[in-house]
Design a protein around this ligand. Structure first.
Ligand code: AQP
Length: 359
């Protein structure tokens, strides 16, 4: 398949980034377990809403997943499940190139080049590394977890991405990507588009139901921590009824850490219903926490129902997803190769004799 949207000129012709296409989006999720409503509200929902206006690249970032030890069989299952969930969330292959990161080798190669250009101090500042490594035994913290942001920068920059729709927690990584693009451009000449993060207004940071002061996370272990996208209505009701609240009575949005549980339930409700904050507070006025939990549970069940039924239909179709991933990887590789060829020239790698154009 030929990419109809030339993004960069060959390094031997001109250094200018040429754009003749709609703005480009890149984002991804790690196949590290069951996707939850935080991944849906912070990422997938927004992706589906935006797709028709952009040229979209949505990746299942399995190379990021192995920065933390993974069971190979589970990784394979999660990768296919995520692909089906991307589609079930409404991503349409007509607008979106949905592919697996490890199928496009350019990610690893640009990742290495950017790693070599990243000052250690920049990585030392990354909150996600500090948070994740703090929960691990020292000997199991890999160098890959530390350099995760430079691989993420490669993912984004390879596609000359304009916008990166992510949850609030990834903002710092997108800023580092932008800094790296600027650094590379000023060292070697205009090469990369500078991307911007796109954070949803509602649902940008969903907190754990049992730990409302820490973000909902796939790798957290508590059974009542996260509502996963494939949880049944019974399980959703059960988890919601056990959600941590507080000893106050008012049901209002609040930034008070003591009221984080109620605030989180209201945020989830708002993100699923798209109702304005005042209308939500008025709706719950005079009601108790039991009512709040029941109402939020029903909103989540209703919000996930279409996604769940599409997911189970797709799973029945079996091999179609692998075929789609193969086709998408071809398109992604073609676009990525344009950037990577330019980068190789810029940093001084010589071209393979078979790739040198006859003069
Ligand atoms: N709690 C959240 N609220 C809103 N958005 C969230 N995202 C993740 N958690 C929340 C968004 O989901 C996208 C994919 O995240 P990821 O899996 O690549 O990485 P993560 O942020 O590390 O997600 P988890 O769930 O915490 O996974 P583990 O436990 O495996 O590390 C991103 O856009 C992210 O912002």
């Amino acid at each position: 398949m030929t990419d109809q949207s030339p993004t960069v000129a060959s390094a031997t012709d001109t250094p200018t980034v040429i754009k003749q296409r709609p703005p480009r989006i890149f984002s991804g999720i790690q196949p590290t377990g069951q996707l939850h409503i935080g991944n849906y509200l912070g990422a997938l929902k927004q992706w589906a809403q935006l797709q028709s206006k952009y040229d979209n690249f949505y990746c299942i970032v399995d190379m990021h997943a192995i920065t933390i030890p993974q069971d190979p069989q589970e990784l394979r299952e999660s990768t296919r499940r995520n692909a089906a969930l991307y589609l079930a969330s409404g991503l349409d292959p007509k607008y979106c190139t949905i592919f697996v990161q490890s199928h496009v080798a350019a990610h690893a190669e640009l990742g290495w080049i950017l790693t070599c250009l990243t000052p250690l101090g920049w990585l030392n500042r990354m909150h996600q590394f500090k948070d994740k490594s703090a929960k691990m035994q020292a000997e199991s913290i890999s160098a890959g977890l530390y350099t995760y942001p430079t691989l993420m920068a490669a993912d984004i920059l390879l596609y000359q991405t304009d916008l990166v729709p992510v949850g609030d927690d990834q903002k710092q990584h997108v800023e580092l990507t932008r800094d790296l693009a600027q650094r590379f451009n000023s060292m070697f000449g205009e090469t990369f588009t500078l991307p911007d993060a796109m954070i949803p207004v509602s649902g940008a940071r969903i907190m754990g139901l049992d730990t409302p002061n820490a973000k909902m996370s796939k790798s957290a272990i508590g059974e009542g921590h996260a509502i996963t996208l494939l949880d049944s209505p019974e399980v959703i009701r059960k988890k919601m009824m056990r959600a941590t609240t507080d000893s106050h009575r008012e049901i209002k949005f609040s930034t008070d850490p003591e009221r984080a549980g109620v605030n989180n339930l209201l945020t989830i409700y708002q993100a699923f219903t798209d109702e304005p904050g005042e209308a939500i507070e008025a709706h719950f006025e005079g009601k108790g926490y039991g009512d709040l939990k029941k109402t939020v549970a029903e909103a989540v069940i209703e919000g996930l129902a279409p996604l769940q039924s599409r997911y189970y239909e797709l799973v029945k179709e079996g091999g179609a997803i692998d075929e789609l991933l193969a086709k998408s990887a071809e398109r992604a590789a073609e676009v990525a190769a344009q950037t990577l060829d330019l980068v190789r020239d810029r940093v001084g790698f010589i071209r393979l004799a078979s790739k040198v154009k006859p003069s």
